[in-house]
Design a binder for this molecule. Structure first.
Ligand SMILES: [Zn+2]
Ligand SMILES: [Zn+2]
Length: 406
């Protein structure tokens, strides 16, 4: 006997007690996304490492520290996907959707992998549901995306707050970046080591530093939302106006920069007050430059992802009503007869066949405990008369049926 093998750190089994909630999240999300015109897509869990280096950005923590990266037997540098967008965009370009009109709306869900320190709400293996809409530059597509997430959370009965920001575009971002960099250089001595690195690679990320002293130091830093060009500003105004018109509350968070390099204009995050400090439950925004970054034809795009594990604790599933049939015998010699009848019933109903003979009372208790609505019993009387005795455990009455009609 060898030592027993355990699952890897930060990688959990999805067991029956939570899998029902998990599937509920996926089912509701799929249903809503379909209503918004999205279609299901699946991309590989394993991709070339270069894909994530180019799309997620080498300066990000995800690529810098958290990737499940290895060399496969063919010598390829590969990586388990840390997020879903990169693979979808790779596929969009590889299948030439960018050159065939460029409009495509897809949703996906599945496992993602990040090698980080496991803590509550952060696992090394986790699951996301996400949507990507290609080919629509209008801010109304951003609004539709936000409404879609609202609809998903409403159907799941999850309370949320919406935070929005604008990250600018190629016109207004570079000059803002210069302003910010100059400001950061002045403050450099009081910033953390990560922020020092960010000043070189992606200065905007300093705004989202989790270190308290950095946050204090940077509280009066120039913000992108105050330096938007006319086009970005007008889109941001439309976004705010239409959200308000539709009764959608929001908060402007000028430090909301998202973790990834390719976002532009609209950025948003849905947060929950009920799950502790890692409180983002969905996030996304516009990424008009990513398709081009990855070698495709310039295509505007907007998308989001929601973390399934993050919201499982927020979901309450009503205890399902009693359903299905429990079959049992009072004597073993009737079992083959019972097995035949029960197997036929299974063509249309959930059925449990109890393989052991028990007393009537034990069968009834057992059926009730397992959540069945009906308890069907074969004893000597029933077999002699060609009948079966059935107790409705919900209405608490019983009846005898002829096996042929049953
Ligand atoms: Zn702009
Ligand atoms: Zn910092």
């Amino acid at each position: 006997m060898g030592k027993s093998i355990k699952s890897l750190r930060g990688m959990n089994d999805l067991l029956a007690e939570t899998s029902e909630k998990f599937r509920h999240v996926v089912t509701v999300s799929e249903k809503v996304a379909t209503r918004y015109g999205f279609k299901y897509i699946e991309t590989p869990l394993l991709e070339e490492t270069a894909l994530f280096k180019r799309s997620v950005g080498e300066s990000s923590d995800i690529v810098g520290k958290e990737m499940y990266q290895f060399t496969d037997k063919g010598g390829n540098d590969v990586c388990l996907r840390p997020e879903g967008t990169a693979g979808v965009v790779r596929s969009f370009i590889e299948n030439k959707f960018d050159k065939r009109g460029g409009k495509e709306k897809v949703f996906y869900h599945g496992a993602m992998f990040r090698y980080e320190r496991p803590q509550k709400g952060r696992l090394r293996l986790f699951h996301q549901f996400g949507c990507e809409s290609f080919g629509e530059a209008s801010v109304f597509e951003d609004i539709s995306t936000i409404f879609m997430i609202r609809d998903i959370f409403n159907e799941l009965n999850i309370k949320f707050k919406l935070k929005i920001n604008s990250l600018g575009c190629q016109t207004c971002m570079p000059s803002y970046r210069e302003k910010l960099t100059a400001y950061l250089e002045d403050k450099k001595d009081s910033l953390c080591a990560d922020c020092h690195r960010r000043i070189e690679t992606n200065p905007i990320r300093t705004l989202d530093c989790k270190i308290e002293s950095c946050q204090q130091e940077l509280s009066d830093a120039p913000k992108m939302a105050d330096h938007l060009c006319e086009d970005c500003d007008s889109d941001f105004e439309t976004l705010k106006r239409v959200l308000t018109k539709n009764g959608m509350e929001f908060e402007i968070d000028k430090n909301l920069v998202r973790g990834l390099d390719y976002y532009s204009k609209t950025a948003f995050e849905f947060v929950s007050d009920n799950i502790g400090s890692q409180n983002a439950i969905a996030g996304g925004g516009r990424y008009d430059r990513l398709v081009e970054f990855l070698g495709g034809k310039e295509t505007p795009a907007v998308g989001f992802a929601l973390g399934i594990e993050r919201i499982l604790d927020l979901i309450e599933i009503q205890e399902s009503e009693k359903s299905g049939y429990y079959f049992g015998v009072l004597d073993e010699e009737y079992f083959e007869e019972l097995f035949l009848v029960a197997s036929q019933k299974r063509e249309s109903e959930k059925v449990h066949i109890e393989n052991k003979k028990r007393s009537l009372n034990k069968h009834l208790q057992n059926a009730d405990k397992l959540g069945f609505r009906f308890c069907a019993i074969l004893g000597s009387d029933e077999v002699q008369n060609g009948t079966i005795w059935i107790r409705d455990l919900q209405l608490k009455n019983d009846e005898t049926f002829s096996i042929d009609s049953f």
